[in-house]
Write a protein of this length. Structure first.
Lengths: 269, 265
């Protein structure tokens, strides 16, 4: 079958050869990454170590689950949850003013304000959480308290961003209704802004709590309380049955929190 | 009839906001309990605040000469993130297709695959790093494997959600003109999923660049090794230089990836 010439779509040089440029860029990036990486090779004991890790995971140290000393798995998992919960609640309160700072309003002249707010939130988000934890350990000593402070500060970066987006996308109908019947600013906030925005704020806070639970498990690795400290200790002393039971505990805790928070969030929206 | 003055009927529970009040009380109770468990002591923070401000003051004078030393490990961190994310993605693609309910009709099978992916996603990156340092030894191999597994869990979920939302129209159109399976995938499925795949890949790469900067803290290669050294030696001006440099790299990667992702959509 002959192609009818008018059906051919004219392609510019970019459309025809643009992919070649991209392919070249990708090749160069991967060449650079592979060449620069000093993959040390796998150490000789890797096989036997992974075998003992697997053996440990399948024969966990059940005696560690609960022994009433306060240093057992259940107590430390609860401590980890406490760090994540308290840190997230505190950061939710800190995030509200940041969110109003970073949210873009209707007026163009406020670009500078919302832009600066967004930049500050990005900086907070990028500051490594474990460095924050180490800094707070200097102030309040090692333990859960430092972990709570680290989660409280670090979470503001993400919660502030999510909250500010919720404010930007908010339906203004309720606010306008209160204004039109003569409500003052505080009445507008209490009766319109807050009820409109609250479900989304709570939903995002629950979502952030899920993430905080994961970070609280690793904060202990730098000494900021929770299950991370005994986990790192067990890995370093090659106590694989202990590692196995802690991994099991973390997996069950995270799965439970995720499903609980997921159900709550579904009810909210 | 004065309908206007009549208020809608509220039950006793609604009138006094019983549900909200009890939820607030529950939250306050949990907060107090958590504060007790984690030993929060507001006074202690303020009595030791001078130590904290002292640390901040020392961090506010970054050691700029140190930048020339840490430049190389920062690039190594980037390379770790690129290779790790790519390996994770390669493994994630087949699992994403297996977990998508419109590809694998057997709900038992895709349910099982999803549960496996959920399990992988429960493990935080630093915890994986600690384990892989024990397996592979100190160095960037442990970091690459950690990032590969971490991105495998994330990418496979994002990808199967993309696959589940594709439009059946183009597939039916191709089949109706007699295309074979390979042609259907090439002409109808791939064009629909390729752009979101690349976009999510870049998004995961962003997250991994951020994550990879701390992996070295436990010995898994990259700039984190230097971060740990400077913190252990209480050389906070070096710590500050490292943090600022990683901030710059992360921001550049974010801007680059945002730009590419916007072009894709």
């Amino acid at each position: 079958m002959e192609k009818s010439p008018e059906l051919e779509i004219k392609k510019g040089y970019y459309d025809r050869y643009g992919w070649l440029v991209w392919a070249l860029i990708i090749l160069v990036v991967y060449g650079w990454a592979l060449k620069g990486l000093k993959l040390s090779g796998i150490q000789a004991s890797a096989g036997s170590v992974s075998k003992s890790i697997l053996a440990g995971i399948f024969h966990p140290d059940w005696a560690y689950v609960y022994n009433g000393s306060g240093e057992d798995l259940v107590s430390l998992i609860l401590q980890t949850l406490a760090i994540a919960f308290l840190g997230t609640i505190i950061s939710a309160f800190i995030s509200v003013p940041f969110a109003f700072w970073a949210a873009r309003g209707g007026h163009e002249k406020w670009r500078l304000r919302s832009g600066s707010g967004k930049l500050v939130l990005t900086l907070i988000r990028t500051f490594p959480e474990i460095v924050l934890a180490i800094m707070f350990i200097k102030a309040v000593g090692p333990g859960s308290y430092a972990g709570v402070l680290a989660v409280s500060v670090h979470s503001v970066g993400m919660l502030g961003k999510l909250f500010s987006e919720a404010i930007e996308n908010m339906d203004n109908g309720a606010e306008e209704a209160i204004v039109s019947v003569g409500g003052n600013a505080s009445q507008v906030f209490m009766l319109a802004t807050l009820p409109t925005i609250m479900p989304e704020f709570i939903s995002y806070t629950l979502y952030r709590f899920e993430i905080a639970v994961r970070s609280a498990t690793i904060l202990g690795m730098v000494g900021a309380g929770g299950i991370g400290t005994p986990m790192l200790f067990a890995i370093q002393t090659r106590n694989w049955p202990r590692v196995g039971i802690i991994l099991l505990g973390i997996v069950i805790m995270v799965l439970m929190i995720d499903s609980l928070s997921g159900q709550l969030r579904k009810k909210l929206v | 009839m004065d309908i206007t003055t009549k208020m809608p009927h509220q039950s006793w529970g609604q009138k006094y906001h019983i549900k909200t009040l009890s939820l607030v009380l529950l939250t306050v109770g949990l907060v107090l309990l958590s504060a007790q468990v984690s030993g929060v002591d507001l006074a202690m923070f303020f009595t030791n605040i001078d130590q904290f401000t002292n640390l901040l003051v020392r961090m506010s004078h970054p050691d700029w000469a140190y930048v020339t030393i840490i430049w190389q490990p920062i690039l190594e961190t980037l390379q770790m993130a690129i290779i790790g994310t790519t390996i994770g993605t390669l493994f994630a693609v087949p699992f994403a297709f297996l977990a998508a309910s419109n590809i694998v009709k057997n709900s038992w099978l895709h349910g099982l695959v999803r549960f496996f992916l959920d399990l992988v996603r429960t493990l935080p990156d630093l915890l994986l790093a600690a384990i892989f340092v024990a397996v592979f030894g100190i160095g960037s191999t442990a970091g690459v494997v950690t990032l590969a597994i971490f991105s495998f869990g994330m990418i496979s979920k994002l990808f199967y959600e993309v696959i589940e939302t594709i439009d059946d129209g183009p597939i039916e159109a191709m089949e109706s003109v007699g295309a074979n399976k390979l042609q259907v995938v090439h002409m109808a499925v791939l064009p629909q999923v390729l752009n979101p795949f690349i976009s999510y890949f870049l998004y995961t790469l962003e997250i991994n660049v951020r994550a990879s900067t701390v992996l070295g803290y436990l010995g898994a290669g990259g700039i984190g090794v230097y971060l740990q050294r400077s913190l252990n030696e209480f050389d906070y001006s070096q710590t500050a230089a490292i943090i600022i440099m990683t901030l710059v790299v992360v921001l550049v990667i974010n801007v680059l990836s945002d730009y590419l992702r916007e072009r894709l959509v």
